[in-house]
Design a protein around this ligand. Structure first.
Ligand code: LLP
Length: 423
């Protein structure tokens, strides 16, 4: 491929410089369309909630709004970005295990529609802040169903020590929270939420989750009389990074979830009237490409390094999770392979390797390396390590590019620093 979104990759690199994060806007739109079209049922209302931690910026949030999706934010910063993007705050789900009192206040002031409560103390803080005001909010409670799914396997455990949510085994705590929030008219308790992991390839993990969640919702209703009408199943849908990955197509995973939900709901007298999912990675990952300029090439006894002008500061995933990526050299897509390269970043850290081993045609200084599937948790987890400025981000569609985030300058990097040399 020599183009992204109908635009020549070398032109993109020349126009905007490198390192550069490029999103194929058509691919983003296709994913959003696919999720919203396939996650539907005649038996209950459905919502796709975009988990913006995967990539949160105003342009992305505007796309989310265009496709009628709800939005998951986990901090005041993500919330502020959504607000500034003009997003309808009533469609926001505010997540997080330690929302500060100031963040809760901000959510109430901006009219956030739903808070996903994590623990008892947070519930008490919300009740304290909202009681006696004219504010209103819906609430979900994050529960921990004891299913953990990461990459290729899922395990059902009695894992009770997660920092997120309250274990289904701690029923008393769950009941306390629901009672607490139900005690004020300002809060409408809607249902339960769970998120079981990320980069999940096994759709059985989701059916297992659906069964547990619906059974638990019915228990909360039958044994305690709580009006639980919503189930939020979280995200975790896998993306394709390398040929080791076999993500479940969106239509298939949606069909599986909807089918299981309908079956389980029918068993319990159709108590649930709204089901939600929260994809992040699966919407943005494959639409994203990171462009780097190759700098020096270095041979060591056992390796052939090609250095790039970015690294762990713009993509921490290889260093942090040993995540694997595929890449190619723009303009040399059809050239014969000449060697096995290690793609290393420029940060002062031995672990700053973007790709451990990749077969490429002869790589030369000045070539543009294109890393694929970098759209999720790349820019959003970027850092200023070694005081490297954050890259620019462009959206490309039908042969036209628009810069949605400017490249940082050195001035930006010191803009918050006090200038006085001798205080
Ligand atoms: N909902 C909740 C409550 C979550 O905690 C997450 C992700 C999602 C939805 C979206 O999950 P996704 O569909 O993107 O898998 N930094 C890691 C991923 C961390 C995911 C955290 N929570 C990575 O780069 O792989």
């Amino acid at each position: 491929m020599s183009e992204i979104g109908g635009m020549n990759i070398l032109t993109l690199a020349q126009t905007y410089g490198t390192p550069l994060a490029v999103y194929d806007e058509g691919a983003l739109r296709d994913k959003l369309k696919s999720f919203t079209e396939h996650f539907r049922s005649d038996s209950f209302k459905t919502d796709v909630v975009y988990a913006s931690k995967a990539f949160n910026c105003m342009a992305m949030i505007q796309l989310i709004e265009e496709y009628g999706c709800c939005l998951d934010v986990v901090s005041g910063g993500e919330l502020y970005t959504a607000y500034k993007a003009g997003y309808d705050c009533s469609k926001i789900f505010f997540h997080g295990n330690n929302k500060t009192p100031a963040e809760i206040k901000m959510a109430l002031d901006l009219g956030v529609g739903t808070i996903v409560l994590d623990n008892e103390m947070e519930a008490a803080e919300l009740v304290r802040q909202i009681s006696g005001t004219d504010k209103k909010i819906n609430a979900y409670l994050r529960v921990n169903p004891g299913i953990e799914a990461h990459t290729h396997k899922y395990i059902v455990t009695a894992h009770v020590d997660s920092k997120f949510g309250i274990s289904m085994l701690d029923e008393e705590d769950i009941v306390n929270v629901i009672r607490m929030v139900s005690s004020t008219d300002n809060i409408t308790f809607e249902g339960i939420h769970a998120h079981i992991g990320s980069q999940i390839f096994d759709k059985k993990a989701y059916s297992e989750l659906v069964k547990k969640m619906f059974a638990f919702a019915s228990k909360l209703k039958n044994e305690y009389g709580f009006d639980v009408t919503g189930v939020n199943l979280g995200g975790g849908f896998a993306a394709y990074y390398t040929d080791e990955d076999h993500p479940i197509p969106v239509d298939e995973v949606c069909a599986e979830i909807i089918r299981t939900c309908e079956e389980e709901n029918a068993k319990n007298g159709n108590q649930i009237t709204r089901v939600l999912i929260e994809p992040g990675r699966s919407i943005v990952a494959e639409a994203g490409y990171n462009l780097y300029t190759i700098g020096y090439i270095k041979k060591t006894p056992n390796k052939l390094y090609a250095f790039v002008d970015g690294g762990m500061s713009d993509n921490i995933r290889p260093a942090l999770y040993q995540a694997k990526y595929d890449a190619f050299i723009a303009g040399k897509e059809n050239d014969e392979v000449s060697g096995t390269y290690t793609i290393a970043g420029k940060c002062c850290e031995s672990g700053d390797i973007l790709i451990q081993s990749i077969a490429l045609p002869e790589v030369k200084t000045g070539d543009i390396l294109v890393m694929k599937t970098t759209g999720a948790y790349g820019y959003s987890m970027a850092s200023h390590y070694n005081k490297l400025p954050l890259p620019a981000v462009v959206f490309v569609k039908d042969g036209t590019a628009r810069e949605v985030i400017e490249r940082e300058t050195y001035e930006h990097l010191i803009s918050l620093e006090k200038q006085e040399v001798n205080p």
